[in-house]
Design a protein. Sequence first.
Length: 339
Amino acid sequence: MDRSSPSRSRRLAPVVAVAAAAALTLTSCASAHGGKKAEEAAQNASVGKANTPRMTVALVTHQAPGDTFWDTVRKGAEAAAAKDNVKLVYSADPNAGNQANLVQNAIDQKVDGIAVTLAKPDAMKSVIGKAEQAGIPVVGLNSGLNDWRKLGLLEFFGQDESVAGEAFGDKLNTTGAKKVVCVIQEQGNVGLTQRCDGVKKTFKGTTETLYVNGTDMPSVRSTITAKLKQDSSIDTVVTLGAPYALTSVQSVGDAGSKAKVATFDLNKDLVKAVQNGSIEFAVDQQPYLQGYLAVDGLWLYKNNGNYSGGGVQPVLTGPAFVDKSNVDKVAEYAAKGTR
């Protein structure tokens, strides 16, 4: 991949207070810093938005219908796009073959950059190669930390899922948990598997894995309920996404179980559940930041030749724990849909 794009300077927005002060002392400032040219520069400065040529970025994820996690990723991407004068084209499909076809569509549309998730990296290898042959830079986000370099991506923004899982297991050791069930909502998703494997590695109790159909929430609820009824020794349900955690709370009630629920990932309803105590804690990988950095990274590469991590190291956005000690602060942002 060619990383020698010519640079263009980025115009930064002036601070409002400084601009107001400058208006009051315009004559003296103009005289001290270049007269009329300085005055014109102040008047023409862009406010909060890049003045670089408009570019198009495709964001292609493996979002399943109803998974609100991706709404936060998308909001972050849209915020960066608005700032960077980028047209953002979003598409998603949980089926790896269909996701690859969406990337091909972006290539056919001759977009300026592609941001993609690699939940099933082997299925994406060929089409990512085609993007690179077409001269389209590709960055990864969220899923694929172990594969982005092998596939030739420019950058990666996300969480080390194995590290997050191990941290989760350590956290469980402090709660008194003895037996947990780790619920995987999508078979074959390497990131989800790494999470449960990480939990099992560090958790001192017993860990079982339960597979559910993440696209059918009533089925998720009934499957977890059946597992809890079958094994009353399960004291903690570990889920890998906020909607599944909230559904697990219902399953615990349905089963008459005393099991606690802890999870990976947030949404505003999950934050409320941590506040009211129905969810023990959550791991936050900051999806808003992932979407934002992916789009902003492509803009920086096109306009200034930058690539975070030097093309060698990922940019980690997590893990961080949200529990009773800090949930109220996070709730301020979750209410806006950005955490």
